[in-house]
Design a protein around this ligand. Structure first.
Ligand code: MRU
Length: 364
C-alpha cells in the first residue's frame, strides 16, 4: 500500500535533512501566500518553531518534538541533557497531548540505549514516529471513507462535509486526520465538497485548509465561522469531520476554538459530528475534558489580521480600537455526548470510556 503523503511528491511539512544535521519544515506562517521552508538545527529552534506555530497541528508538533530530541541527542545525549530538552519542548505548547506523547516515547527508547548509540537511535525513532503518522492517517482515512461512501450512495449531489480549522496534511506528517477521508474519497471518484471554516482567530481554515484542498483539486468553499449553523439548518451539510488536540478518557474532545459551537449546531440539526483521532491524541490520564489545559494565545491574533495587498505585499493591519481588551483562548472542549464517533486507525469507535480503553488495549 502506498501511503506517501497526498501532497505533491516529496512535499512534506517536516523531514530530516541528509546527514541528520537538521530538520526541514514548511513555515506555515507564510501560507497561503508563500511556500517557505526553514531548517531547524537545535532543540531551541524546534521549540521556537512549535511555540510560534511555524509548525502546528497536534500530530505534526509531536513529530517535530521527536526530531527536537534527536537534535539534542546529537549534541549531548546524557540523561540530564535529554531531560532538559524534553521539558523545554513540552513547555512550548500546552494543549495537544501528542507533544508529551512523542517526547516520552523518545525518552523511553533512549533511556534503554547505551550512551554512544543514542544519537543514531534517536533519529531512527523520530523517523519511525513520522512514518507511523503517515500510516495511521492513511488508515483512519480509509475508515472515514466508508462514511462518505455511505452518504454518496443515497444522494446524487456531492457529499457536503464541514471541517473546522486545519486538520489536513499540513497539521500532520501526511494525509491529515480529518482530511484523509476527503482526499481518499476524491481519489476514488466520490464527489465531495468541503465547507471550510476557522476564519478567526487564526484563519487556519481560510489560509491553510483552503490552500491544501485547492492544491489537491478538492472542491471547497470557505465560510465565516458563524455560517456553519445556518448551513446545517438548511440541509447543506451531510456530516462534520474535525480533528482533535486531546481526547480525554470519557471521550470529551478538545480541538481548535469554535469546534464546540459546530458540534452544538450539528446536534441540534441532526448532522453527524465525527472526530478524526489518531490513538496518539488520546489521553487516558485525564478523566474528562474540563481538565485539559487550554492555551491562551496572544491577543494580537484578534486585534490584527494579516493578508496580501493588491500589489502583492503581505501586510498586517489593526482591526480593533487602540488598547481594546481581548481574550484569546485557542481551544475548546466538545462534550462526548455531542460526538457521533471517533474515526481512528483501528476503526470508528464511540466517544465513551469503555470503547476508548478497549482501543488502547488492542493497540498495546
Ligand atoms: O493551534 P493548532 O493549529 O496547532 O491547532 C490545530 C487544530 O486544532 C487541529 O484541528 C488539530 O491539531 C488536529 S490536527 C490533525
Amino acid at each position: 500500500m502506498n501511503v506517501a503523503n497526498v501532497a505533491r511528491p516529496g512535499l512534506r511539512p517536516i523531514r530530516a535533512l541528509p546527514g541528520r544535521q537538521g530538520v526541514e519544515v514548511i513555515d506555515q506562517r507564510a501560507l497561503p501566500h508563500a511556500l517557505r521552508f526553514e531548517t531547524l538545527a537545535s532543540v531551541e529552534a524546534v521549540a521556537t518553531a512549535i511555540r510560534e506555530m511555524w509548525v502546528r497541528g497536534a500530530p505534526l508538533i509531536g513529530a517535530a518534538a521527536a526530531y527536537g530530541v534527536a537534535l539534542q541527542a546529537t549534541q549531548d545525549a546524557r540523561d540530564e541533557a535529554l531531560h532538559a530538552a524534553g521539558a523545554r519542548l513540552q513547555a512550548s505548547r500546552p494543549t495537544a497531548v501528542n507533544l508529551a506523547w512523542a517526547v516520552q516515547r523518545m525518552q523511553r527508547v533512549l533511556r534503554a540505549t547505551p550512551l554512544h548509540e543514542r544519537a543514531q537511535a534517536a533519529w531512527d525513532e523520530a523517523d519511525a514516529i513520522a512514518e507511523e503518522d503517515l500510516r495511521v492517517n492513511h488508515a483512519l482515512g480509509e475508515h472515514g471513507l466508508g462514511l462518505l461512501r455511505a452518504v454518496a450512495a443515497r444522494k446524487k449531489d456531492p457529499v457536503n462535509v464541514l471541517t473546522h480549522c486545519n486538520a489536513g496534511w499540513l497539521a500532520t506528517v501526511g494525509w491529515g486526520t480529518a482530511t484523509s477521508a476527503l482526499y481518499q474519497a476524491h481519489a476514488a471518484g466520490i464527489a465531495v465538497h468541503v465547507w471550510v471554516d476557522e476564519t478567526r482567530p487564526r484563519n487556519q481554515g481560510a489560509g491553510l485548509t483552503a490552500w491544501e484542498l485547492g492544491q489537491a483539486g478538492v472542491p471547497h468553499t470557505v465560510i465565516a465561522d458563524n455560517a456553519g449553523g445556518h448551513l446545517m439548518q438548511r440541509g447543506k451539510v451531510d456530516l462534520c469531520i474535525v480533528g482533535c488536540d486531546r481526547v480525554a478518557a470519557n471521550g470529551d474532545v478538545c480541538n481548535k476554538i469554535g469546534t464546540y459551537l459546530k458540534a452544538l449546531a450539528a446536534h441540534d440539526c441532526g448532522v453527524p459530528f465525527f472526530v478524526a483521532m489518531p490513538a496518539s491524541t488520546l489521553d487516558l490520564q485525564l478523566a474528562d475534558g474540563q481538565r485539559i489545559p487550554i492555551e491562551e494565545r496572544d491577543g494580537r491574533e484578534l486585534t490584527h489580521v494579516a493578508g496580501r495587498s493588491a500589489p502583492g505585499e503581505v501586510l498586517e493591519v489593526q482591526l480593533t480600537p487602540d488598547g481594546t481588551a481581548v481574550a484569546n483562548p485557542a481551544f475548546d472542549v466538545t462534550p462526548a455526548r455531542l460526538v457521533t464517533g471517533l474515526i481512528t486507525e483501528r476503526g470508528i469507535v464511540a466517544a465513551e470510556p469503555h470503547a476508548l480503553r478497549r482501543l488502547m488495549e488492542e493497540r498495546s
